[in-house]
Structures are given as structure tokens and as C-alpha cells.
Design a protein around this ligand. Sequence first.
Ligand SMILES: Cc1cc2nc3c(=O)[nH]c(=O)nc-3n(C[C@H](O)[C@H](O)[C@H](O)COP(=O)(O)OP(=O)(O)OC[C@H]3O[C@@H](n4cnc5c(N)ncnc54)[C@H](O)[C@@H]3O)c2cc1C
Length: 459
Amino acid sequence: MADGSGPFDIVVLGGGSGGYACALRAAELGKSVALIEKGKVGGTCLHNGCIPTKALLHAAELADQAREGEAFGVKTRFDGIDVPGVLAYKDKVINGLWKGLTGLIKSKKITVIEGEGRVTGPNQVTVDGQVYEGRNLVLATGSAAKSLPGLDIDGSKVITSDHALVLDRVPTSVVVLGGGVIGVEFASVWRSFGAEVTIVEALPHLLPLEDEANSKLLERAFRRRGIKYELGARFDSVKTTDTGVVVSLENGKTLDAELLLVAVGRGPVSAGLGFETAGVTLDRGYVLVDELCRTGVPGVYAVGDLIPTPQLAHVGFAEGILVAEQIAGLNPVAIDYDGVPRITYSEPEVAAVGISSAQARERGFDVVELTYNLAGNGRSKILQTQGEVKVVAERDGRVLGVHMVGGRVGELIAEAQLIYNWEATPSDVAQLIHPHPTQSEALGEAMLALAGKPLHVHN
Ligand SMILES: Cc1cc2nc3c(=O)[nH]c(=O)nc-3n(C[C@H](O)[C@H](O)[C@H](O)COP(=O)(O)OP(=O)(O)OC[C@H]3O[C@@H](n4cnc5c(N)ncnc54)[C@H](O)[C@@H]3O)c2cc1C
């Protein structure tokens, strides 16, 4: 029997996107929930991830606009970045959201336990010697920044995104190791803030998981912005000096900079937490689950970055909700991970949902695709942004993927994901009216063209 309060219907270990979404939905469904969190509820996304990075990116956008006012006939001048001011703005956003989330959790009568939990049985977690028992256990301990063998993070010259988010200055120069989403977003911020930036990516393109055409467009845009990159280049070693770092690549090149940001991915937080005690199976630290986030041990589930599904906050939310609904006896459907929208919030933005044409061909689809250049889109011209919307569809069938590059295109993915997830055909969408002048028309135009009735298409 538990010597803490309980037993609860559900004990959730970790109060990030996955864990708190599960707790909220379960409480809504009448379940008693204990949510154990060693830091702050909201987790990585709210405190060290999505929200702070997007605040920095917004400040970066303002810096660019201040520089570019003249092109729009507006007298503006970029006088530099007030780093304490940017950090205060970022922290204000985080704290406001955190306060809201804390209040929401409280209002649902979820028992929040502050402290580091360790699994001590298939249905119990111990925190500071106190045992919390649950009829169900949800593991949601998230992820942490990874490094490479022999690459030590010192937190001052060799840093991760956690350090970058509280950096008290704009570095004069940075090497960003890793051209994935996190590396690309920081490169974008720092360049807008005035730093010299070089990205080192071992694979042939930036954002290697995206459609290659999108990656190439981003690379072109970054080149124009003066962001340098070394593609297909593997890190060899780093030396710290009095003034910064010297990064050596396997191809013999060396890069000098004030800072090295290590953005080579994130790994699951599971070591030493007693998960084996619950009988769950781990693979490279990830908890293995089936399509309904079940670990194979009755009543034990895992969600979010701890399991090998896309490391995105909205995936964590969806998995948390899925688990809560299962426990409450509803019959939720498994998540189609291809249908999860993905956005890189750099300048320009890159957004996608569904599969690429290469993946569609591999899966045996007879593929048609259409690329609509934002040069033909009035609103994009007004914003002076370049890019494109590419739609991949099955011949005479449903839309299989939408891939976009350009300023603000991230907002368009909400419509694209409905199109994909509702299995719409281009003709279904073509008959729906898009408001003029909006960037959403680019998506509408692509669908019109694929449906055989192009409007503003030059070719
Ligand atoms: C720089 C950066 C930018 C990002 N930007 C985006 C973005 O724009 N959009 C997006 O969708 N995703 C983004 N992500 C990813 C997103 O943050 C994660 O996918 C999401 O936070 C995962 O949620 P989670 O609940 O699985 O884990 P986490 O948010 O990491 O939460 C896990 C929680 O568990 C707690 N915990 C761990 N161990 C214990 C223990 N033993 N006892 C008690 N508590 C414990 C931790 O303190 C933490 O609060 C970004 C990530 C980073 C790092």
C-alpha cells in the first residue's frame, strides 16, 4: 500500500507537454491524477524549448524589419540588440504562460508533487522517500540535449540550447554543430542579431529530414542572409582558446568562433529512473511502446520525447491525451505520425505535413506534384518574402504531402494538415475559396492547378 496519498487512478512522472496534457485530459474525464515534476510544469517546451526560441525569433524578426524599413519607405534604423531586454521579454512570455498553466492544473484538482521521482514498481513512484501509487503509470520524463563522444559541453564556450537561451550577449561569431531544427533556428536568430554564423551538418543538407527541395531553398535563403554552412562535413574536435573555440572538421577545415553551439539532437531522459523495475523495455534509452503508447506492462504507458516518435510538443500533447482517453475507457485512434505538422521557425520558415514525393514513390504511389512559387502570391510580394508551396498528391487521389518555405508559411500548415488528415483531394480543396490577398492563396492556387484549373500560374 502506498504511504503517500493515493492510490491515484494515474501517476504521471514528468510535467512537460506529454505529461501535463495527459494529466489535464484524465482529470477532465474524472480521473484522480498525481503529476510528479522535479522542475517546473510545462517542461522543455515552455521553459527551454518552443516558447523561448520563438520569442527570440520574434525579436530577430523585429531586428530584420528595423534594418529593412527603407525598402518599404519607412525610416527605421537598427541600433543593436539589448540582450537583457530581449531576455526579459522572453521570460515575461514564459512566466505568463507558466502562471496560466499552473492555475489550469490547480483548477482541475490534479495533485502536483514537486521533486524527482523514481519508479519503484510497476505502479509506484517514489519521491523523497514518499511512495505514490497509481492504478496506471505514465512515464513522461522527456529528453535532454545530446553531445558527441569526446565533445564536452562546458556551458560557456561549448554550449547547448539550454545555455544559448540565457546567454547574456550576442556572440560575434558562432559555429552551430547540427543543421536540424534547433541548429537552424539559433543560426537564424543569431544572424539577425548580428553574429557571424557557420552551421556544420554531417548530412548533405540542412533540415535533412525535410523534402530536399525545401532544404535547398532554405540553404539559398541562408546564403543570401550571410549564414555560412558546411554540408556533408563531420565534426572532428574542438579546442577552447582564450577568446573562443577552434572547431576542426574531418575534412581538414578549421573554424574559429566565439562559441560552439552543439545541436546534434536530444536523447531520452530515462537513465537511473528505475524504469526497468516497472518491467518496460528500453532501446538506447527510449521506452518502447505500441501504437497506443502502451509499454507492454499492463497499466504502464509512455509518451513524448521519451518514446521514439517525433520530438515535438504537439506530439507529446496528442500522446498524453491518447493515453488519458484509453485509461478512461474511451476508444481513441492511433496517431498517424505522417500527419503531424512540422515547422522550423527560422527566417524563412519551413513547414511540412505528410510525406515527400520521394517517400510517396517508395511507398508505391503514382505521384503528381505541383510547386507554386510565392512570387505569384500577392501577400508574399507585399511582405517581400520568397519561397514556394509544393503539394504532393496521388494521381487522381488524395493529397499526400504539403511542403513549404517562405516568411510566415508556418501558419499555413494548419490548413495543410486538415487537407492531409481529412484525406482531401486537390479538387475538394480547389472548390473552397481562399481569402485575397493572403498567403493561404498559394496553397489554394496549388490545389487549383493540380485540379486542372490553374489561375495565377505562369508556365
Ligand atoms: C530549443 C528547443 C526548441 C524546441 N522548439 C519546439 C517547437 O517550436 N515546437 C515543438 O513542437 N517542439 C519544440 N521542441 C521540442 C519540445 O520541447 C519537446 O518535444 C517537448 O517538450 C516534449 O515534451 P515531453 O513532455 O516529452 O518532455 P519535456 O518537455 O522534456 O518534459 C519532461 C518533464 O519531466 C521532468 N522530469 C524528468 N525526469 C523527472 C523525474 N525523474 N522526476 C520528476 N520529473 C522529471 C522534467 O523536469 C520535465 O519538466 C523544442 C525543443 C528544444 C530543446
